[in-house]
Design a protein around this ligand. Sequence first.
Ligand SMILES: Nc1ncnc2c1ncn2[C@@H]1O[C@H](COP(=O)(O)OP(=O)(O)OP(=O)(O)O)[C@@H](O)[C@H]1O
Ligand SMILES: [Mg+2]
Length: 261
Amino acid sequence: MDKKRGAEIEVKNLTVGYSGKIVLENLNFQVATGEIFCILGGSGCGKSTLLKHIIGLYEPIAGDILIQGDSIVQADEQHRREIMRRFGVTYQGGALFSSMSVAENVALPLEEYTRLTPKEIAATVEEKLRLVDLAGFGDYMPAELSGGMAKRAGLARALALNPKLLFFDEPSAGLDPITSAELDRLLMRLRDRFGATIVVVTHELDSVFTIADRIIMLDKQTKSIVANGPPALLRDTSPNEKVRAFLTRDGLKAAGTGGRA
Ligand SMILES: Nc1ncnc2c1ncn2[C@@H]1O[C@H](COP(=O)(O)OP(=O)(O)OP(=O)(O)O)[C@@H](O)[C@H]1O
Ligand SMILES: [Mg+2]
């Protein structure tokens, strides 16, 4: 049998929700190694919910999620932690610890998960800050950073353990277009230079068309995936009118006002 070597993540018959209330039902998709994969859909359709399940924070109602071939759903606590250590995550809203300096924030996973000496940790922190163009800002407190800098500091922390797999929830939300474009370039650099696999929840269309190799679009009404493929192809050829509308700026407006055919 085909072991599906290219799949970094496999989601199989996945149903997720909260206290029995279903948010998304029977999802099936894969994320290939080395691709930037975007999760799209209207507010409240379950993008963050899906992401949190994939990274093992919640237990699904049904189905399975394989990370590099290992089920994060069926793993026991110790194995689940081992799987979680393989990837970096930045949550919606950034979430740096405000009482710690930028450098201390980035050092946190290194202190928790490695046996590096303080000197080695400091060197690694400096290297990660350089990678996200924050060299020299280690001593700053999160409150002293601009929005874009805080996002990049969060990214540096996610990169601390050199993960080949990265998850981002709305990385460019609240950023100006130029800062947001810088963040896009950084993600593409991580993919192209380090072969990273990157899963991004976003609704910035500019960003999607710039960075995404493939997208899925979630739909609140049907609780399902309504599109899966390269964004430009879906925009131009999806048989689903909702999908074409969502992927076109004008269509987005029309879908909001005009609605039904
Ligand atoms: N911890 C939770 N407990 C109960 N219900 C939740 C929880 N988190 C989210 N929900 C519900 O699940 C649904 C999906 O929410 P989710 O945050 O995943 O949407 P989203 O697509 O990320 O939205 P947005 O684009 O606004 O970030 C919503 O109806 C929300 O109210
Ligand atoms: Mg969300």
